[in-house]
Design a protein around this ligand. Structure first.
Ligand code: PMP
Length: 438
């Protein structure tokens, strides 16, 4: 009786539930229980953040890792939890779209094009971004050969050798490779369930004056974590205070099956944030169409860099992407992907719960392709990856995603059939148990 709960305690409880993916907020309507909470999955501790900052010179092993997983994929008959693309594309649709796009855009195909990309495609991308809560003009967009080229152009343009750069740890290994190449010095700030550790970030902004922060704010690769709205505001405020640029990589844009906050770029009033994304994860990596949003004085120099690099993105690829968007197929395809990915994520969570030993923690992503499993320190991750491959299961060794020594972890792509998930996770579970006991 007469027991009163402090309102702040309730708000905090909601915040924690939201961070764990159990509930989500809908603007104007309140909180809703998320799909994951209504299924029978008992949640194990979701993510055990490691508070150690790492300082390194990037990592040069991207080529090795990139090609190693390609070789394994070419063997066929493999359950591939390691790759970074969705698995449910319909070839007939691509054939129809490609045929139509070649006739619609015929007049554009036989000549060179603008370095920033076709106007129609940039207008369509601007529309897409508006749906993500980011308002930009087509004159602030540059179409690139995948987002990897956008990353490379931006980092080359903004950084000088020896500059300090902040990345999340773990982070996308393709960026570590570029940073190594540029001779940049890397500070790895650990991820928490709501985004990179801001206290540590502030300490390092204060003492190292880095030039740039690289963040994968939504459906982070490799952890699947989405940086919360409050965290985004604080991150931007810190960048403003310390006059540091932000490179916001949103490669998994549109693949969320639960609401996610608008990009940090949408909050940026001082042209500090360069935003990049891609059609690789929603359509196909082979199309090589990505894009960057650059506002203010950096736009023209970056268009020039694009021109000097490779003139422009293939007009054939641009025409196909454009036709996908114009025909409404893109929207439908995305809807299908979200539905199947939600089912496969839930299936993977259930399989992990069932097959993995107690001591292992994992993240619960709101979309994208990956979840991240965090293993105890004594687990020989290299051996487990090798033995899994000998049983036709390919996983990404977490070590690749750290600029220097990290903790044992695996990145798992959950966009697979329910049977493949059950079979693959059961094999991994057995290996983990074998090595946990011995
Ligand atoms: N950024 C992130 C976070 C990625 O995961 C990837 C691909 N795995 C890329 C960029 C590059 O992708 P693409 O060049 O195909 O757009």
């Amino acid at each position: 009786e007469n027991l009163q709960v402090n309102k702040l305690t309730v708000i905090e409880a909601y915040r924690v539930l939201e961070a764990e993916g159990l509930i989500h907020a809908r603007q104007g309507s309140g909180y809703f229980v998320s799909s994951i909470a209504t299924s029978r999955i008992t949640l194990r501790s979701t993510f055990a953040p490691v508070q150690e900052v790492t300082i390194a010179q990037g990592d040069g092993s991207f080529l090795e890792q990139f090609t190693a997983s390609l070789h394994a994929q070419h063997q066929g008959n493999i359950i591939d939890f390691s790759s970074g693309f969705p698995s449910s594309f319909r070839i007939e649709e691509l054939q129809r779209v490609a045929k139509r796009s070649l006739s619609h855009a015929a007049d554009l195909l036989f000549r060179y094009d603008f370095p920033q990309g076709q106007l129609l495609l940039r207008q369509q991308i601007a529309q897409l971004l508006l749906q993500q809560g980011l308002e930009v003009s087509p004159e602030e967009l540059i179409v690139t050969h995948g987002s990897e080229q956008a990353l490379s152009l931006a980092l080359r343009y903004y950084l000088q050798p020896e500059d300090w750069v902040i990345v999340e740890t773990p982070t996308y290994h393709g960026v570590l490779g570029i940073l190594k190449n540029l001779g940049a010095k890397v500070i790895g700030i650990p991820m928490t369930v709501t985004g990179m550790n801001l206290e540590l970030l502030e300490q390092y902004l204060h003492s190292y004056h880095p030039k740039l922060i690289y963040t994968i704010s939504t459906l982070h690769n490799p952890t699947g974590i989405t940086t919360s709205q409050t965290h985004r505001q604080q991150l931007l405020a810190l960048a403003e205070q310390y006059e540091c640029l932000i490179l916001e990589d949103n490669a998994y844009e549109g693949l969320n099956f639960e609401p996610v906050p608008a990009p940090i770029k949408a909050l940026d009033c001082h042209d500090l944030v360069t935003y990049i994304s891609t059609f690789s994860k929603t359509l196909m990596p082979g199309l090589r169409v990505g894009y960057m949003v650059v506002t203010g004085k950096h736009y023209q120099p970056l268009v020039e860099q694009k021109l000097l690099n490779d003139l422009h993105v293939s007009t054939v690829s641009q025409a196909i992407a454009s036709e996908f968007l114009a025909s409404g197929l893109y929207r439908r395809h995305l809807g299908r992907l979200r539905t199947t990915h939600l089912q496969s994520r839930n299936a993977m969570l259930q399989a992990l719960e069932h097959h993995f030993p107690e001591a292992i923690a994992w993240t619960i992503p709101k979309g994208g392709l990956f979840l991240w499993t965090h293993l105890p320190n004594h687990i020989p991750i290299q051996t487990i990856c090798r033995e899994a491959l000998s049983q036709n299961v390919l996983v990404a060794n977490g070590a690749a995603f750290f600029p220097s020594k990290g903790y044992p972890a695996m990145r798992l792509n959950f966009s697979h059939t329910l049977e493949a998930i059950e079979q693959g996770i059961s094999i991994l579970g057995k290996l983990l148990k074998k090595h946990s006991i011995s």
